[in-house]
Design a protein around this ligand. Sequence first.
Ligand code: PLP
Length: 481
Amino acid sequence: MNNYPHNLLSIEKSSALRRGVQIKKADKKASSYLPEGLLRKTPPNLPSMSEFDVVRHFTNLSRLNFCLDTHFYPLGSCTMKYNPKAYDVLSSLDGFANVHPYAPEEYVQGTLSVVYALQNQLKEITGLYDFTLQPAAGAHGEFTGALIAAAYHRSRKDFERREIIIPDTAHGTNPATAAMAGCKVVNIKSGPDGRVDLEELKKVLGPKTALVMLTIPNTAGLFEKDIKTIAEMTHKAGALLYMDGANLNALIGLVKPADMGVDLMHINLHKTIATPHGGGGPGAGAVGVGEKLADFLPVPRIVFDGKKYKLSAKTKHSIGGVKSFYGNISVIIRAYCYLSQFDGNTLKEIAENAVLNANYVRVKLAKYFPAYFDAVCMHECVLTIDKGVLPAARTADVAKMLLDMGFHAPTIYFPLIVPEAIMIEPTETENKQTLDKFISAMTSIFLEAGSNPEVLHEAPKNCPVKRIDEVSAAREPNLRW
Ligand SMILES: *Cc1c(COP(=O)(O)O)cnc(C)c1O
């Protein structure tokens, strides 16, 4: 890392004598374009700097970042994989990026055709009957799914079904969205193998159950091997099975969720399909449903009569719109490019390599940071610290030491059921050399933590921001510059 004094704001580097490019004043006065009342009375307080100073300031700030373009980013439950830069260019083509949201259908046939085609690709991958691409995030997709399920039960006059069963290995957004959809959250404890405990499920499943909501693979990185039995039990009880398929990387091209008995699901296009997660958006939580739920999807739907794409609101049961216009179109276009580029065999390979990479890391690190559930994992592995061997170490220390060694920290302290959790998702796009470097960094952290435990609490030493005093930061937050 460089020694750039990043704590200086450009305003503090200002000097009255310095200037960037001087552009000649317009001949016509601004006042003749703008109403008098909108004009500034005093000039804005902008820093006076040379162009060099400005460019260096922002370039150096940008270099303080850890990002996918600079570092390995093994953030669990996030799928920070490499996505082709070419798709960025394609999604920002004028015809997509500069479309007026209210442009009439005949002017946006290209955009509509992409949305329609992506829906079809997702149907093929999942085996489900229809999709909506409106939801703007995974959690938004779950919310949409919960509303669809509630509307379905209501349409059958089954008003009592207001409970959503969620195992403790679910993603945190699941109970939050269930509650937001006005349902009662019923939690169930996992079995000792980190999977749904069928006995626990049986106890709570009944005439009040609207949905069983499963994160697959679950947040312990494990596949629900009893999924067929779970689906049978759920359907027998008159409920629907929802799959949180945010991270489809482990299953894409290998398994169709509809074949497992899933009635509805969401997929985070911004994890598995060509837009990295992280950075807070934009995202797209595509929601797919089986045939009996299709009429409940949000409107407008895109219909195709063989010649033209049209927007239609003609459904009897739709839950209404959940987002304006077409959803996050730039994410949708990237996903369409990705799925158009790869055939079924390549998608299968993507899933196999995502799983292989996670298991490679898990097995290689088993002696140092053992997996909490000792089993073959899916696209991510959840490790822990053996307190018998490293009594002074905390997961947060390991994460900070990794920063010093040039790796973005994995997800830590999640899932909540794993003490000192270190959740690593290497993704299929990292090669063996990168994984080996990461494994060797983790190994040396283990060795150092054993021989010289103080180092644990000093990291990071090489980053622009050193060890933060977390207690003072929490007790006396200084939120202003
Ligand atoms: C990321 C994630 C979500 C939430 O997705 P957002 O787009 O962040 O709302 C839900 N479930 C799982 C399993 C996830 O990994």
